[in-house]
Design a protein around this ligand. Structure first.
Ligand code: OGA
Ligand code: MN
Length: 291
C-alpha cells in the first residue's frame, strides 16, 4: 500500500494519506511508515476502524514488544483484561462516566502534564499508538512537543552541559506532584528507571531531550538543582513553535515516538462527556530480524 505523508507543522508531525492499517502486512509499507516516524515523530491516520485485537496485532507487527507494566496494571484495574491495551478513557468497568473522586480518574488526570509514555520502566516506551473510539462533542485535544527540535535549538554551551547526564523517572513521583499517591504494594510494582537526558534515535541519528513529568531528579546532582534544570528544559521544549495540537475525530489513530516527543491531554468537562481511546505502547527493544 503506498504511504503518502503531508507535514502538519514546519517542524514535525505528518498526516498519512488514505490507508487501512489493518491490511498493512507487507514489509515495504511497514518500513515506509517507520521511515515516516523517523522523520515526523508523530503520524496521524484517519478512519482506522480497529477492533481491540486488530489494534494489538498492528502494534506488534509495526514495532514488536508491547509495554504492559503500566500504572493501571499496578492498580489492577484494566477493564479489557489485557494490560497491553491501555484504557485511555473516563469510564468505569461498567461503562459509566467516572465520578469526580474516582481513584482511576485521579491517576489519569496525570496525563495532562507534559510526559512521555513508559519512561519509568527499562526498556522504556518507544511508539505509542492511540485509537479514538468515542470522542466528546467538545474539544478534548492532545498536544505533542518535538524534543529533537527543542534539543537542536539549545545553544552549544547548554548542549555540552547536558552531555552524559542521567535522569531518574518515576510515575510514583509524577502522580505525587499532583496529589495522587500509590499505596505500598503499587509502589513496589512501579520502581522507576534511569535514562540518559539526551538520547540519539539510532535510525535517524537525531538527538533529543528525554525528560517530562516522570523525570524526578538528575542522578548525582542535588535534587533541587536537578529539578530546576528539568523544569527549565520542559519550559524551553514546550514553546508554541515546537508543538502540534491534535483535534480528535472518531477512528483517528495517532502514533508517536516517545523517545523524542512529549505529549499531554488538554482538559475538558470529563464529568459530563464520554471520551474513550485505547493505547498500545511498544518497548524500546530491537525489532525481530524478520520485521
Ligand atoms: C496517552 C495520553 C492523552 C490524551 O494515551 O498516553 O497521554 O489526550 N493520552 O488522552
Ligand atoms: Mn501518555
Amino acid at each position: 500500500m503506498p504511504v503518502t505523508i503531508t507535514p502538519l507543522t514546519p517542524v514535525f508531525a505528518g498526516e498519512v494519506g488514505t490507508i487501512d492499517l489493518r491490511q498493512v502486512h507487507d514489509r515495504q509499507s511497514l518500513e515506509a511508515l517507520r521511515t515516516g516516524m523517523d522523520k515526523y515523530a508523530v503520524l496521524v491516520f484517519h478512519d482506522q476502524n480497529f477492533t481491540d485485537q486488530e489494534q494489538l496485532d498492528f502494534a506488534q507487527r509495526f514495532d514488536g514488544t508491547l509495554h504492559a507494566r503500566t500504572s493501571s496494571s499496578a492498580i489492577g484495574s484494566n477493564r479489557f483484561g489485557n494490560e497491553a491495551l491501555a484504557d485511555v478513557s473516563n469510564v468505569d468497568r461498567d461503562g459509566k462516566i467516572r465520578d469526580a473522586n474516582n481513584r482511576m480518574r485521579a491517576s489519569s488526570v496525570g496525563n495532562r502534564l507534559w510526559h512521555t509514555d513508559a519512561s519509568f520502566v527499562d526498556p522504556p516506551g518507544r511508539y505509542s499508538m492511540l485509537s479514538a473510539r468515542v470522542i466528546p462533542p467538545v474539544r478534548a485535544d492532545t498536544e505533542f512537543a518535538d524534543m529533537r527540535a527543542a534539543y537542536d535549538a539549545l545553544d552549544e554551551e547548554t548542549r555540552a552541559s547536558l552531555e552524559g547526564l542521567r535522569v531518574y523517572h518515576s510515575i510514583v513521583y509524577s502522580r505525587h506532584v499532583l496529589g495522587f499517591d500509590f499505596n505500598e504494594d503499587e509502589r513496589d510494582k512501579l520502581k522507576g528507571a534511569i535514562h540518559p537526558l539526551v538520547r540519539t534515535i539510532p535510525t535517524s541519528g537525531r538527538r533529543a531531550l528525554y525528560l517530562a513529568s516522570h523525570a524526578e531528579h538528575v542522578v548525582d546532582w542535588q535534587v533541587p538543582e536537578g529539578r530546576l534544570l528539568l523544569r527549565d528544559l520542559i519550559d524551553h521544549a514546550t514553546q508554541p513553535h515546537f508543538i502540534y495540537r491534535h483535534i480528535w475525530r472518531p477512528h483517528d489513530f495517532v502514533i508517536w515516538d516517545n523517545r523524542c516527543t512529549m505529549h499531554r491531554a488538554r482538559p475538558f468537562d470529563d464529568k459530563t462527556h464520554r471520551r474513550e481511546l485505547r493505547r498500545t505502547t511498544t518497548l524500546d527493544l530491537p525489532l525481530p530480524v524478520s520485521a
